[in-house]
Design a protein around this ligand. Sequence first.
Ligand code: ZN
Length: 148
Amino acid sequence: MPDVAELYQSLILDHNRSPRNFRVMADADRSVEGRNPLCGDELTVWLRMDGDTIADVSWMGKGCAISKASASMMTAAVKGVARDDAEALFENFHDLVTGKLGDDKVNSLGRLAAFRGVSRFPIRVKCASLAWHALHSALLAPGTSSAG
Ligand code: ZN
């Protein structure tokens, strides 16, 4: 039986090595840049909305393994999802990495629960949440802006 912590860790390594949705989106209707000067993480998140649904989402950037894996898994988690559900996911993810999410809710995050260990490393919280903050800003305001 593989150890759960090991599985989650390999999930993060896999997304760092082969990031999903890693491309510029030419027909995006909004984009947000995120920066984490503490670590040197920099990324851009692109969104295309269809009404209140995230029709497409992509990202590009550079940084540490945690920030890249988190951006990759964020895009995989919110593509095709309604705005309100994506915002709820953002809140739960933020609570997860800051150690505030109840055990009963951790399982509802599915693969994103891989980032649970981040709560033991406060300096990594910004790395893990950078892409999510960019997503949040993009959902609030159409156009191009920056966050973080
Ligand atoms: Zn980082």
